[in-house]
Design a protein around this ligand. Structure first.
Ligand SMILES: Cc1cc2nc3c(=O)[nH]c(=O)nc-3n(C[C@H](O)[C@H](O)[C@H](O)COP(=O)(O)OP(=O)(O)OC[C@H]3O[C@@H](n4cnc5c(N)ncnc54)[C@H](O)[C@@H]3O)c2cc1C
Length: 179
């Protein structure tokens, strides 16, 4: 069932830009310590969902499992993923119980649901952050704006970094790089 989009206030206490695994980890840890922050935070991501870029990239590259062991995940309980995987031990890979991609994804869905975060992500990109006297004004892709302080940037590192010298070389097909 599709949930109604969250209401966008004109100002809020805290804004988190991005809804990937790092933002999700930040939010669960914050709510564990300060449950009252739930109504005082706004998360923005153009997808309007948690983990969308992570899912796209793991699917596109057909990545079978994570590189970090099972204690590294967005739930504040470090052993939460191990408990979740009790009946799915075949999805923990050697040598350090690396979680399979589907297992990790299912666990994150469970985290989002247990922490009641399904309706927390605003479908919008932040296009500009303007410092003000006591807060930041964030301009959004749809023309709206919101003020907040502090602002957490959890936008990932997915920007292409092409060295200045690289364009001098002729284009090389992927097959020639792979061989
Ligand atoms: C083979 C492989 C294995 C990996 N294994 C691991 C692992 O074991 N453990 C691990 O931690 N990592 C692993 N990674 C890397 C992992 O995919 C990234 O570390 C992770 O996705 C980064 O999370 P993030 O929240 O920082 O960024 P992302 O997942 O990139 O999320 C950032 C979000 O910010 C949003 N965003 C960007 N700009 C804006 C904006 N202006 N306004 C609003 N929203 C915006 C994007 O839409 C995106 O949804 C692995 C990667 C590979 C290739």
């Amino acid at each position: 069932m599709e949930l109604a989009p969250p209401h966008l206030p004109r100002k809020t206490r805290l804004v988190i830009i991005g809804a990937g695994p790092h933002a999700l980890t930040f939010v669960t840890h914050l709510l564990q310590k300060r449950a009252k922050m739930r109504s005082k935070l706004a998360v923005f991501d153009p997808s309007g969902r948690w983990m969308s870029r992570w899912r796209q990239q793991f699917a596109a590259l057909e990545i079978p499992h994570l590189r970090s062991p099972a204690v590294h995940h967005p739930d504040p309980n470090a052993f939460g993923l191990r408990k979740f995987a009790e009946s799915r031990s075949s999805e923990l890979f050697a040598p350090y119980d690396l979680p399979g991609t589907k297992l990790f994804d299912d666990f994150c869905t469970d985290v989002i649901s247990r922490w009641d975060l399904n309706n927390q992500v605003h479908q919008n990109a932040v296009t500009q952050i303007v410092p003000g006297v006591n807060c930041f004004r964030l301009h959004l892709q749809d023309g709206q704006s919101i003020t907040a302080k502090p602002v957490v940037l959890a936008t990932g590192g997915a920007k292409l970094q092409i060295p200045d010298w690289a364009p001098k070389f002729p284009a090389c097909p992927v097959s020639c790089i792979a061989s």
